[in-house]
Design a protein around this ligand. Structure first.
Ligand code: NAD
Ligand code: LMR
Length: 341
């Protein structure tokens, strides 16, 4: 029997139970922290990760409301042990010992705003959280969701470099929602099951930097030029479509949580040593002349172990790539300068 003070200690996260390090059935389990867990993305993502059998410990951190979200999620009868952490003084406890840190903290867009308009608030939030990572779990894989991703990933990299802990394979900007959307819209056009469709989306995560490679869709297919224009435009503006439909109440949260949960699962399967795990992500890269670029990466025990080449692009995609690189270059510089200035 547990004494009430033991239970209080457990809720504060200071008692480590024997089951913490093992998923059910003795399989290895991973420790995952979500920073911004009480937000629109954070809550649904917490729910989905509590359902993931690869997760043995789930730390939910936010500056507001994390105790309520934690109490709620912790009643789900799945194996992951859930602990809540509230406010900056508890950031280090939330991060200590984590294998994977997922960051959906920060403000979302309202109609009329660009993702770059979020820079002034979110840059500082990402900096603070990444400083915590350098102190408490410098070897963790980081999935960065906070916008503008094209700048927040370079910010995170500079924070890690400053601390001497930067491992380019471990820092992944999450662009999976662009792939999820692309698969959905392409499947609609083709009249097939979206689960059978794979669309590589490269570049970055904002407007023209989102570059779907429709010439590389699996299963192999061809589109009319009208379809290509429609699909490219819809994929590039999918985020804005949701922001406008939500009319001031935020941006994509549910589809984002779904995409982030799939992406996190792929990272965890990679960490476990599964072979052939390939996802698109915004990473430190030599695929172009830019220091960061989203492309297919192979996930393994070390994180993004291999950055895959872009493959053959058609003329339309090559023109799109030039436009994407121009905007990306500015966004990357802005992120780097925020830390190095
Ligand atoms: P939200 O406002 O609903 O939630 C954000 C949460 O972050 C809140 O609970 C807030 O308290 C928390 N937070 C703020 N400052 C914090 C700090 N210093 N430490 C920890 N937590 C903090 O917003 P949302 O809809 O969940 O979106 C979150 C972010 O994700 C936004 O920047 C949004 O633009 C971005 N986003 C990215 C993608 C993508 O594809 N990468 C998709 C959708 C949204
Ligand atoms: C998205 O693509 O839905 C996110 O980046 C949120 C946004 O601001 O559009």
């Amino acid at each position: 029997h547990l004494h009430p003070s033991d239970i209080q200690q457990m809720e504060r996260g200071s008692v480590v139970r024997r089951s913490d390090c093992r998923a059910k059935g003795g399989a290895p389990g991973f420790k995952v922290a979500i920073l911004g867990a009480a937000g629109g993305i954070g809550q649904s993502l917490s729910l989905l990760l509590k359902m993931n059998p690869l997760v043995s410990v789930l730390h939910l951190y936010d500056v507001v409301n994390s105790p309520g979200v934690t109490a709620d999620i912790s009643h789900m009868d799945t194996t992951a042990v859930v602990r809540g952490f509230l406010g900056q003084p508890q950031l280090d406890s939330a991060l200590t010992g984590m294998d994977l840190v997922i960051i959906p903290a920060g403000v979302p867009r309202k109609p009329g705003m660009s993702r770059d308009d979020l820079f002034n608030i979110n840059a500082g939030i990402v900096k603070t959280l990444c400083e915590g990572i350098t102190r408490c779990c410098p070897h963790a894989v980081v999935n960065l969701i906070s916008n503008p991703v094209n700048s927040t990933v370079p910010i995170a990299a500079e924070v890690f470099k400053k601390a001497g802990t930067f491992d380019p394979k471990k820092l992944l900007g999450v662009t999976k929602l662009d792939v999820v959307r692309a698969n959905t819209f392409v499947a609609e056009v083709l009249g097939i099951d979206p689960r059978e469709v794979e669309v590589p989306v490269v570049g970055g995560h904002a407007g023209v930097t989102i570059l779907p490679l429709l010439s590389q869709v699996k299963p192999p297919c061809s589109f009319t030029s009208e379809e290509i224009h429609y699909l490219t435009d819809r994929i590039q503006n999918g985020g804005t479509e949701v922001v406008e439909a939500k009319a001031g109440a935020g941006s994509a949260t549910l589809s984002m949580a779904f995409a982030a949960a799939k992406f996190a699962d792929a990272c965890l399967r990679g960490l476990r040593g599964d072979a052939g795990i390939v996802e698109c992500a915004f990473v430190a890269s030599q695929v172009t002349e830019l220091p960061f670029f989203a492309s297919k990466v192979r996930l393994g025990r070390g994180g993004a172990e291999e950055i895959l080449p872009l493959g053959l692009l058609n003329e339309y995609e090559r023109a799109g790539l030039e436009k994407a690189k121009k905007e990306l270059s500015e966004s990357i510089k802005k992120g780097v300068t925020f830390i190095t200035k």
